[in-house]
Design a protein around this ligand. Sequence first.
Ligand code: ATP
Length: 329
Amino acid sequence: MARDIGIDLGTANVLINVSGKGIVLNEPSVVAVDTDKDKVVAVGTEAYKMVGRTPGNIRVIRPLKNGVIADFDITEEMLSYFIEKLNVKGFMSKPNILICAPTGVTSIEQKAIIQAAEKSGGGRVYLDFEPKVAAVGAGLDIFKPQGNMVIDIGGGTTDIAVLSMGEIVTSRSLRWAGDKMNQAIASYIKRSKNLLVGQHTAEQIKIQLGTAFEADPTKTMTVRGRDMVDGLPKQVAINELEVQKALEDGLMSIVAATKEVLEQTPPELSADIIDRGIMLTGGGALLKNIDKLITYYLQVPVLKADDPLEAVAKGTGVLLKNIENHQRH
Ligand SMILES: Nc1ncnc2c1ncn2[C@@H]1O[C@H](COP(=O)(O)OP(=O)(O)OP(=O)(O)O)[C@@H](O)[C@H]1O
């Protein structure tokens, strides 16, 4: 049986979906480089474990940042490494590959990504963008003449789009998403508690205690970091309301951008969106009460996808079934 491959090349995570097998790879988009030897020493999960813990000659790089490719050569090496892990060359026939890239990728980068996949043993290589693929993965039938709205909150970008008949009708892309949430939490703790915390710690706080709406100040957790005054390790408590405050400005920018997209949407499609609601995908959809926040300000029903982190990878699986109808890039 011919196997096709769908790749979610995200700024935070890379997921690979093989037809007939499902999601076979899910690793952080991180690469560790030995700067003395100019050599990649670890990719994905292995490299992620090194974040904030490396000696001077090892640099841990996120080659995709803010929804764009920050370091193209390293992105190419990472992509090739993951595809080679699948042993595509051992497949019976060359697989079709559908790569889903962040919205900010330039056309030159698109070509280079496609070439990297072809070099790693792919047959026909196609490229598509979030949030269309995320909408499909969340179970929306975007190919009918009806309005569907999706907000995909990833690591680097929040993509907001209204889709109909398989195409994006109106959209906005914001460079405020999961990474910026972590930064907002770290700077709040620095400002209010004189404590420096790393990005991993900030992400843990977001996942365990993060909320977008209706925070409960009695819910707390202990945070460890380095005291800014005496430089010593210290621990402090933080509560849910404080995390909500840290995230407030950024979350309101998502609400405002969503409102703008709705304002630009043709009225027939707006009517569909009121009936069908807005679908949230991407890891940011897991933030507690983010659906309630958007409903509160925009008065539109909001749904969270079942597995928001897997929506794009699942969507590639659906689109690959009809890949021949896809435009070849
Ligand atoms: N429970 C959670 N609550 C809030 N955020 C979460 C949770 N779990 C994961 N995330 C965040 O989701 C983000 C990753 O989401 P996802 O894998 O969809 O992004 P991506 O597709 O790699 O990025 P992009 O769409 O920008 O290319 C990370 O910032 C991560 O911290």
